[in-house]
Structure formats: structure tokens, C-alpha cells
Write a protein that binds this ligand. Structure first.
Ligand code: ADP
Ligand code: MG
Length: 701
């Protein structure tokens, strides 16, 4: 940044020491440049004037021109207010102030033309504007009759110190006046020209003070493009850099383990998506670069099989593998199903969790070091320093968002040459988010379920259909199926929720009495061992109805469970509902998900429920979730350790610009991977500047 932009904000005329502290604290604005990069959140078209006659209370913000014919104080005490009467040739409008009367009153003049701006309301057939914005229509300031006005987010604290949106706009005016002529172009000239985008200075001027709607649009495009482009360039550069630094193990062979399994043991035909992903992985791990791949696939899409086949390739090349799951139940489940898949193949596979007995651990540790053990499945226990491999070649991580970045790094360091890494997640994230959060990783997607799976039928019931629902449960149980009933348990209202859960459990026990029915319960307050015991009883079919909290959200496979009932479903997030639904529909039978809710539903709750009823596709749901909640809140991103501070782009809306930015960044990196050519000098400098700003962008391992 040039000198002017890096100047302390307190030196900007109109700021001073007190306001500068507020700007630092509330808006993270420290320099004049920071202020200029504090962009408006909306614009109001003030080129249009209404005749007072046409004003009505259903209009949003409007502006009118008129003169004040008189004013008076009305009411007493707390109700006291100042009313001014504004007229044009068509009618009368009341302007009302409840606060700041002593400041406002002396400034109001009769017989001066004002431009008045605000939100109209109606009372007793009379239209009024409360706390309007008033501008005297003096000739020199109205060279242009109207304009497009930018609005800025402020805080209560700022507002009470006179730093409301309009004041920030004034500061922007002062800042841009100082900066004009000193704003250096931040993209290479050849690129600006090639893309036909606005220059930086013009874009910054027009983003705050748009000359017209076309220039505003161009300014927005330029600034969004730049923001997304540099993120992509950085991620791609990082990836290139890592590939250069870390030679990966080369798994070039596909040998006996893989082929034997593929031709003699594979119990089903792979889906097209599974085949494609295995191919993508094979190409990656044979290339001599370290693989860092994210595998996204909906619940039940068959990620485990892809993991197994990848592990067999590692074995074929003389390497060991490990696979890490977030809970003991899941690790155990993987262990059992992998053993079953492998049958009598000579693969030495073991399970290591917190409850593995000491003597067994000792054997595992020894066999890992000697190379006798091929595959180790486990939980966090794998991360302990004592767990050392002879030649770890591949790490598989299931349900990625439960592991933090530092935990992954620990696994990574278990070898001199880092192992290939495959991270699997059943919480799909929208494409634009994946491109940004995991933009330096390769992403594979399984977007197809194994054949013969019947889509889960999802319905929404209001409370009053409970009797009907219980009748349905009885029928399902008669047919030998099992039922989940899930209650919300949110930490903010934990006590109350817990009571609901226990009452729900008692109620179900009453409606489904023993000995005909057996009811179980699991929740987060139980001891881990008790939880697992109860889950196991459910898995074995000894329990027909399992009353639970979201502890069952991740991964346990009970193919015989055909009904998922979610109590107070309006209180769950979209991706959580989808995860819960994924607990059923794992067998051949038709499965059901019933979303119960109260009658009163907020707009967002209603949309969430409607989305879930409408589609089973995890990716569609993720997109909807991002639109509803905004990209910063999507599950799986908070834990990724990435700070989201996009200043102007919105990943929910700017997908096209993002894709274009990534394409351009890819072309540049392909022709100049280390950005060494002189025409890319600016790019390199900007990346270095960015590096300082967000240290933890990107890399997963
Ligand atoms: P997830 O992706 O949720 O981890 P799993 O790997 O647990 O899914 O697979 C779900 C079920 O589907 C398992 O019982 C698995 O054996 C089965 N499965 C996986 N791939 C196929 C396939 N191509 N054809 C038939 N069944 C499959
Ligand atoms: Mg799984």
C-alpha cells in the first residue's frame, strides 16, 4: 500500500483520537486504507423523488423534496416529540423526532427546500417519517440532483458516538479525496486489460460513491473478482509449493493385494462414482507428489470401500496404512467391516482405541515397527507418540470435521516422507466453499448411491399427528424393524432439553410397554462405555426403539433401523437433520424420516424442513444451508481453522465469479508456477502481503 493508505486513521480529517479508537475496536479499521476497504452493505437509489401525494407506508426508504411550513412540540414527558410539517405542491408529510430534539430543532428552517429521506409510516391517516435524514438543497451540492447512496454497517457503540452510516460515508469521502492519485493498481496491467475490468482506483471510488448503476456494478465485479482471485492464486500457489517441497511416496504398482481383492473378494460391483474416484486416487498416488485429497460423499455412498481399495494399493507397494475415526464405535465398525471384506486374505489388520488392553497394545506397537502389521484402524489413540510405524504410506481420516488441523499434522509427522492423506467426509460442503476452504486440496466426490437403495421418504408432521405416528411405529416394529427417536439437546437450554428427553423416554415407555417392547436411551451425559453398550444392544436388535440425542449423528450402521423420528425438528440445523436422516435407509427396506414440529414455525425453520422433505441430496442441502445461514456458519468450516473474512464477495452468491477467478488463477500458475516472470511481479507481491494477513489459510495437513 502506498503512503497515504497506510496512514493511521486518526489523521483523517474528522476522525481524531477518540473516534479512531472506536473505529479500531468496532470495525478493525486502523488505517485510511482499511477504511476505504470497509465496503457498504447496501445502496439506496436516491436519484428518485416521490411526490408527497404518492407516499404510502408500504414503501421502503424514499425521498421527497419540500419546504417546512411549521413545527411544534407535541405530547409530554417520554412521549414528547418534535413534529415538522413538510409540503410540496401535492400534499403534507409529518417529520417526527423523539430524540436529539435539542440538536435538530435549531437547524430546521422554514422556506428552505429540503431533500428528506427515510422510511414512511402511517398513523391516523397521516403519513410521516420518523427521524428523517435532511439535506438542504443548496445549489452547489446538488450539481447532480440525485445519487446512489451507500450504507455501512455500524454498531450501537459507533452510532451513539455519531459514527452512523452517513458519518462513515463522509469519512469515506475525505479518505478518497486524500488517496486519489495514490491508489496503486493491485493487479497486473495485462490482466486488467485482458479481463476488461475496472481499474482499482475507479472501482474504489465507485463502490463508495457510485456515479451510476453501471459503474457500481463494474466496481463490485472488479473488487469481488480481485478478492476471490487472490485467494485462489494463493491456494494454488501453496499447493504447487507443497508439491515441490514434499516428494510423495510413489505407489506405482497395482499388485496382488489389490487384484486378488478386486477379482475374488469384492462383494458387489462398484458404482460409477466409486470407480471414478479410485481412478483419481490411483493417478494421484502414483505421481510422485504427496496426495492431499478430500473425499466427499453422502452418507451410505460407499466411501469405506474406496478407502479399502486405496489401502490395498499402499500394501502392494510395501507400505503400511492407518485409518482414523472420531469415535470408538465407528472405529470398531470400520474394523469389523474391513475384516469382513478382506475375508481370508493375508492382510494383518488391527484395532487400536482407548479401550485396547495393554498387552494387546504392546503387540500392536511391536508389529507396527517390524512391519508385520499392515493396517491399523483406530481413534485418537493413533496419534500418541508411542505409535510408530515402519513405513507409513497412507493415512485415511473418516469424518474430517471432528479432527482439528493440529491433530492431522501429528499423524503427518509420523514419517520422514509424509504419507498420502485421504480425508473422508459425509458432510458435503458446497462447491464454492470447498474451492475456498479446501482450495489447495484435491477434491473427489461420490455423487451416486449404490443401486437398489430405496430413497428415504421424508414427511413433516405437526404435533397433533402423534397418535397416528405411534400407530405407524407399531406396524414397523411388528415387521421387525427398529426406530430412532431423536431429541434436541442444545447447550444453551440444556437443562430443559434434558427434561424433555427424559419425559419423552418415559412417555414412549408408557405407550410401548414392556415386555412387548424394549426401549433404550443414549445421550451425551452417559459414560462412554454405557453409551456404547446401549448402541450395541440396538445394533443387535435387542432394543426396538432408541430414544437419543444427536450423539447418534455420526456413522453407526444399523441396517435394520427403518424409521427416524426427529422431535422439535425446527430446532435442528439443516445439515444436522440430514446427517440424522442418514442413520436410516441403510438396508433394503423402505425407510422413513418423520420431522415433528410445533405449529409455530419461523421462516428459516420452515425452509429447512421444506428442503429436507424435498430432497435427499446432501449437496443440494449443503447449498440450501449456505444460502440460509451464510457461508461462515456452515458445519465443517469453523473447525477447519480458516478465518472467513471476505470483505465483499459472498460464496453463496458469487459462485460464477469464483469459478472464473479460479480458472484464471489456474492458467497463470500453470504457465508460471512460482510467479517469477516480470509481468507477474504484482501477483507475487500481493500474495506476500496476503500471507501476512491470514496465516492459516488452507492446508489441511
Ligand atoms: P459411507 O460412505 O457412509 O461411509 P459405507 O462405506 O458405510 O458408506 O457404505 C454403506 C453401505 O453400502 C455398506 O454396507 C457398503 O458395504 C455398501 N456398499 C458400498 N459400495 C457399494 C456398492 N458399490 N454396491 C452395493 N453396496 C455397496
Ligand atoms: Mg462411513
Amino acid at each position: 500500500m502506498s503512503g497515504v493508505l497506510s496512514q493511521d486513521i486518526k489523521f483523517l480529517p474528522g476522525v481524531g483520537p477518540r473516534k479512531s479508537v472506536l473505529l479500531n475496536e468496532e470495525l478493525k479499521v486502523f488505517t485510511i486504507g482499511d477504511l476505504i476497504y470497509y465496503f457498504p452493505f447496501k445502496y439506496v437509489d436516491r436519484t428518485k423523488f416521490y411526490a408527497i401525494r404518492d407516499v404510502n407506508s408500504s414503501l421502503p426508504f424514499i425521498q421527497v423534496k419540500g419546504r417546512i411550513t411549521g413545527m411544534e412540540m407535541v405530547g409530554a414527558g417520554r412521549n414528547q416529540r418534535l413534529v415538522a410539517y413538510l409540503t410540496d405542491s401535492t400534499g403534507l408529510l409529518e417529520l417526527i423526532w423523539f430524540q436529539g430534539i435539542k440538536f435538530v430543532k435549531p437547524t430546521l428552517k422554514t422556506n428552505v427546500e429540503y431533500i428528506v429521506f427515510g422510511k414512511p409510516s402511517e398513523f391516523n391517516n397521516q403519513f410521516s417519517i420518523v427521524h428523517p435524514e435532511m439535506d438542504e438543497k443548496v445549489p452547489e451540492s446538488s450539481k447532480k440532483e440525485g445519487y446512489i447512496q451507500a450504507f455501512y454497517n455500524t454498531s450501537e457503540k459507533l452510532k451513539s458516538n455519531f459514527l452512523h452510516s452517513k458519518a462513515i460515508l463522509k469519512l469515506q469521502f475525505a479518505a478518497l479525496k486524500l488517496a486519489k492519485g495514490y491508489i496503486l493498481e493491485s493487479m497486473p496491467a495485462w490482466l486488467v486489460q485482458k479481463l476488461g475490468i475496472e481499474g482499482l482506483e475507479s472501482a474504489l471510488m465507485n463502490i463508495h460513491f457510485p456515479e451510476n448503476p453501471q459503474l457500481l456494478q463494474k466496481a463490485e465485479y472488479r473488487l469481488k473478482f480481485e478478492e476471490l482471485f487472490y485467494i485462489q492464486l494463493k491456494l494454488l500457489h501453496l499447493k504447487e509449493d507443497r508439491h515441490k517441497k514434499f516428494k510423495g511416496h510413489i505407489f506405482e504398482k497395482v499388485g496382488l493385494y489389490f487384484n486378488d481383492f478386486f477379482y475374488k473378494h469384492l462383494p458387489f460391483e462398484l458404482t460409477g462414482a466409486q470407480k471414478r474416484v479410485v481412478k483419481e486416487i490411483r493417478k494421484d498416488i502414483g505421481s510422485g507428489r504427496q496426495m492431499n485429497r478430500l473425499l466427499q460423499g453422502d452418507v451410505g455412498s460407499g466411501k469405506t470401500m474406496v478407502a479399502l481399495m486405496t489401502m490395498l494399493i499402499a500394501l502392494d507397494n510395501g507400505f503400511q496404512c492407518c485409518m482414523m475415526a472420531p469415535t470408538e464405535i465407528l472405529a470398531n465398525q470400520h474394523y469389523v467391516s474391513l475384516q469382513k471384506f478382506l475375508g481370508n486374505m493375508p492382510v494383518n489388520i488391527k484395532l487400536l482405541t482407548g479401550s485396547t488392553k495393554k498387552p494387546d497394545r504392546k503387540v500392536i506397537h511391536e508389529d507396527l515397527l517390524s512391519g508385520k502389521l499392515h493396517i491399523l484402524i483406530g481413534t485418537h489413540a493413533l496419534l500418541e507418540d508411542i505409535v510408530q510405524f515402519q513405513t507409513l504410506g497412507l493415512v485415511i481420516i473418516d469424518e474430517q470435521h471432528r479432527f482439528g488441523v493440529t491433530q492431522r499434522a501429528k499423524l503427518w509427522r509420523k514419517n520422514l516422507i509424509p504419507p498420502h492423506i485421504l480425508v473422508m467426509t459425509a458432510t458435503p460442503i458446497p462447491r464454492t466453499l470447498a474451492m475456498t476452504v479446501y482450495g489447495d486440496l484435491d477434491v473427489s466426490v461420490i455423487d451416486e448411491l449404490p443401486p437398489g437403495r430405496k430413497p428415504i421418504r421424508t414427511v413433516h408432521y405437526f404435533e397433533n399427528r402423534r397418535a397416528e405416528l405411534y400407530e405407524f411405529i407399531r406396524q414397523e416394529i411388528t415387521q421387525g424393524h427398529q426406530i430412532y427417536i431423536v431429541y434436541p439437546l442444545i447447550s444453551e437450554s440444556e437443562k430443559l432439553d434434558f427434561k424433555n428427553l427424559e419425559e419423552g423416554y418415559e412417555h414412549i415407555k408408557k405407550c410401548f410397554p414392556s415386555p412387548e417392547y424394549t426401549i433404550g436411551m443414549v445421550h451425551g451425559r452417559m459414560k462412554s462405555a454405557d453409551k456404547e453398550k446401549e448402541m450395541l444392544r440396538f445394533k443387535k436388535g435387542e432394543i426396538q426403539i432408541l430414544v437419543a440425542t444427536t450423539v447418534i449423528e455420526v456413522g453407526v450402521d444399523v441396517p435394520n433401523a427403518s424409521v427416524m423420528i426427529i422431535e422439535s425438528s425446527e430446532r435442528f440445523g439443516l445439515s444436522q437433520l440430514h446427517q440424522l436422516r442418514g442413520r436410516v435407509g441403510r438396508g433394503a427396506e423402505q425407510s422413513f424420516c418423520i420431522l415433528l414440529s410445533g405449529f409455530k414455525l419461523g421462516i428459516d425453520s420452515r425452509k429447512r424442513i421444506e428442503t429436507l422433505v424435498a430432497t435427499n441430496d446432501g449437496f443440494e442441502i449443503a447449498e440450501a444451508d449456505m444460502r440460509l445461514r451464510g457461508p461462515g456458519d456452515i458445519e465443517g468450516t469453523q473447525q477447519s481453522g480458516i478465518a472467513f473474512d471476505l470483505k465483499i464477495s459472498n460464496l453463496a452468491k458469487d459462485g460464477q465469479i469464483l469459478q472464473y477467478a479460479r480458472d484464471i488463477a489456474e492458467t497463470i500458475i500453470a504457465s508460471d508456477p512460482m510467479l517469477e516472470q516480470p509481468q507477474n511481479d504484482i501477483l507475487k507481491k500481493q500474495l506476500i502481503a496476503l500471507q501476512k494477513n491470514h496465516l492459516n489459510w488452507g492446508s489441511i495437513s
